[in-house]
Design a protein around this ligand. Structure first.
Ligand code: BTN
Length: 265
């Protein structure tokens, strides 16, 4: 990308060798009331956090990055997360010549066609978005974790996909500092788009749907209270996953672990 997006140029940057969690690091900085638009990246995390209260193993060789921004009350937090997911897909496709897709809610997948002609999906990373009430107003912290040089398995995730790394799939050398800069640039550009669109604009949802590997598939969802199966049909206007069950019910799901299944009904 040639020019710095309006949003990316607003970020205050922090770089650390080791932190507990880049999300926690930014939350603490936000609590002082002195920062707002900020980015932190670290080479290592000692207490990396994943979705649904899980931990995220974070040794050297991965990308651990968090971005914060003030929440616009007219925009639902899911929209920022989905825009960031689209940004990561495009960053990896454009700069590292990889085929990348998304598993709902926000897993980043590497996709490869096997010699037998089937498509294989492996997990490259994920996003953890956390809303917080800072002294100077509500903010969102969006944490991004990507396997770059190491394939880190993530125990605890229901029906998890096998892990993979960007180095395994990329046709070009991957330097983590360049990757960090590019990811922030792409996320900034997609957040520019989000902040400039009106509520009826579907640009981000359309892009997310285009990269989704979940929509149109039979899935199993582990929600906090039950296990559901059906076909993932769409994303609702409130950014929930729409699941059509065998009994033809349409359910709106906001939070779950999602497993892609092979068979149709
Ligand atoms: C997931 O569970 O799929 C989301 C994982 C998000 C991990 C990243 S690593 C950088 C940031 N800091 C954290 O503690 N977590 C996120």
């Amino acid at each position: 990308m040639s020019s710095v997006s309006a949003v990316a140029s607003r970020f205050l940057w922090f770089q650390e060798e080791v932190v507990d969690s880049t999300n926690v690091y930014l939350r603490e900085k936000l609590n002082t009331g002195q920062i707002s638009w900020a980015v932190v990246w670290a080479h290592e995390q000692t207490a990396g956090r994943g979705r649904l209260g899980r931990s995220w193993l974070s040794p050297r060789g991965g990308l651990y990055l968090s971005l914060s921004l003030p929440v616009d009350s007219a925009i639902v937090p899911h929209a920022y997360t989905m825009a960031a997911a689209v940004a990561i897909v495009e960053c990896l496709q454009h700069n590292y010549q990889m085929q990348v897709g998304l598993k709902w809610p926000n897993d980043i997948l590497a996709v490869r066609v096997t010699p037998e002609g089937t498509e294989e999906e492996k997990k490259l990373g994920g996003i953890l978005a956390e809303r917080m009430d800072a002294p100077h107003g509500p903010h969102l912290v969006v944490g991004i974790g990507l396997n770059v040089h190491a394939e880190i398995d993530l125990p605890g995730e229901q029906d998890r996909l096998p892990p993979s790394s960007i180095s395994e799939h990329s046709r070009t050398q991957v330097a983590i500092p360049d990757l960090v800069e590019r990811v922030v640039q792409y996320v900034g550009t997609w957040w520019d788009t989000l902040l400039s669109q009106d509520s009826s604009d579907q640009t981000i949802q359309c892009a997310w749907k285009m990269y989704s590997r979940t929509l149109g598939r039979r899935v199993r969802l582990h929600t906090p209270t039950e296990i559901l199966e059906g076909v993932a049909t769409d994303i609702s206007s409130s950014w929930a996953l729409l699941l059509k069950t065998e009994k033809e019910q349409i359910l709106e799901i906001y939070s779950a672990d999602c497993m892609h299944l092979r068979n149709a009904f």
